[in-house]
Design a protein around this ligand. Structure first.
Ligand code: HEM
Length: 411
């Protein structure tokens, strides 16, 4: 068994934010799993170890299965998650943080809208929206790719799926970011108050929207979930938390991978040129963007019984950290793992997880990416970095640039 103390594994550091991959490589080189004291987790960094954990039927996401109510309360206090009435009802509980029958029942209610066939029906709408954004920016010689373009797309499209009017989508983005950020670095009381307040506002917003759809249903996710609730498949809290999760899970993550994907194309101009010359590579290029910089690099699991995990014996209730971001750079799984290759095939990356919680929105995220990059390569004959120093977000749970200044010239 190894400990991280000799590694200086500090995922909150600036060095880790700028390039986590040497740290991941060092973890992968260690024998067994590595205990990381600050988060009280055993880290799995190799592809096989990560897969073993997330595919195991004895691993869960929710503490409910392994701890008493008192222990859960203590953990919440330790992490400053307590005294957040709406956040605990609608964010700390969710489809993602449930297991077994509850998870299966909730996932089944929304799964239908996220199949490839359903998602593909949005293609024209996404294309029209991206075109309108690009039209508004095309005569700017320089833009921040994140703020001016990428950040507008995912929230808008998921808002559409939910049934949120276009004009309200920017507000949802703000709520969603403030709520999600509380999961990561800054658990101060100030951020806690903001996360709780925004959860409350979001809750009231969704309740109003639900009331409107109850009298006048539309072809959207809110109306579909109302039917599920009538059929006894969801209660009120599950309804709200599922709607919130869908927005929050798909929003920041897609923005981040759009940013890191664009950054990769700019750092490897030969790969950008290859993609320009053969746009049939767009599908593999998008998959490679997810592998190369996985936007959600870290998740957790608890083991429900004493057992052997990745060759070591662990007690019931042990917490594991699965490093998707590291697994996706494991050279045992991916030849030349540190090379960004837009034609990589096969590419069985694990950026969307695996097993019961496999990402519901993966087709949608890939379609957004496909449309945005295809549009930009078609409409701009030259795209270049405008500032060499690209800063990435701090933290273990997210990966993406804060800003990405680019210069471009229309074709
Ligand atoms: C860049 C894009 C995205 C990435 C990298 C990503 C990644 C992931 C991962 C890794 C998980 C599994 C978590 C675990 O193993 O514990 C997950 C679950 C989930 N994702 Fe995504 N996701 C993305 C986009 C989206 C989008 C666009 C949506 C919705 C529109 C979405 C909705 C969900 C939901 C609802 C779950 C929970 C599924 C369950 O628990 O059964 N995601 N995502």
């Amino acid at each position: 068994m190894s400990h991280t103390s000799d590694l200086e594994f500090n995922p909150l550091s600036d060095a880790f934010a700028q390039d986590p991959h040497p740290f991941y490589a060092a973890l992968r080189a260690k024998e067994g799993l590595t205990y990381y004291e600050d988060f009280d987790v055993w880290l799995a960094a190799r592809f096989d170890d990560v897969s073993e954990i997330v595919m195991s039927e004895h691993m869960v996401r929710s503490m409910e299965h392994i701890a008493s109510a008192e222990e859960i309360e203590k953990q919440k206090r330790d992490g400053n998650w307590h005294d957040m009435p709406h956040h605990s009802r609608f964010v700390q509980f969710s489809l993602l943080d449930s297991d077994g029958d509850v998870h299966d029942r909730l996932r089944k209610q929304v799964f239908k809208l996220f199949t490839p066939v359903m998602v593909n029906k949005l293609r024209d709408e996404i294309q029209a929206y991206v075109d309108s954004l690009v039209d508004g920016l095309a005569d700017h010689a320089e833009i921040d790719f994140i703020e001016d373009l990428a950040a507008n797309v995912p929230g808008h499209i998921i808002g559409r799926i939910l049934g949120v009017p276009d004009a309200d989508c920017p507000q949802l983005r703000i709520w969603s970011e403030n709520i999600v950020q509380y999961f990561d670095i800054d658990r101060s009381d100030k951020r806690k108050e903001l996360a709780e307040r925004n959860t409350t506002e979001f809750y009231h917003y969704l309740s109003d929207l639900k009331r409107q759809r109850e009298t006048a249903p539309k072809d959207d996710l809110i109306s579909m979930m109302i039917e599920a609730q009538k059929a006894g498949q969801m209660n009120e809290d599950e309804f709200i938390s599922t709607a919130m999760l869908i927005l929050m899970a798909g929003h920041g993550s897609t923005i981040d991978v759009l940013g890191s994907g664009m950054h990769a194309l700019l750092k490897f101009p030969d790969q950008m040129q290859r993609l320009r010359d053969d746009q049939s590579l767009m599908k593999t290029a998008v998959q490679e963007m997810f592998r190369y910089e996985s936007p959600l690099p870290f998740f957790h699991r608890y083991v429900t019984q004493e057992m052997e995990v990745c060759g070591q014996r662990f007690e019931r209730g042990t917490k594991f950290g699965v490093l998707y971001g590291s697994a996706n750079r494991d050279p045992k799984q991916f030849p030349n793992a540190d090379t960004f290759d837009v034609g990589r095939s096969p590419n069985w990356h694990i950026a969307f997880g695996r097993g019961a919680h496999f990402c519901l929105g993966n087709h949608l995220a890939r379609l957004d990416m496909d449309i945005i990059f295809s549009t930009l390569l078609r409409r701009f004959s030259r795209i270049e970095l405008a500032a060499e120093d690209v800063r990435y977000k701090r933290g273990l749970s997210v990966r993406g640039p804060d800003a990405l200044k680019i210069r471009w010239s229309p074709s």
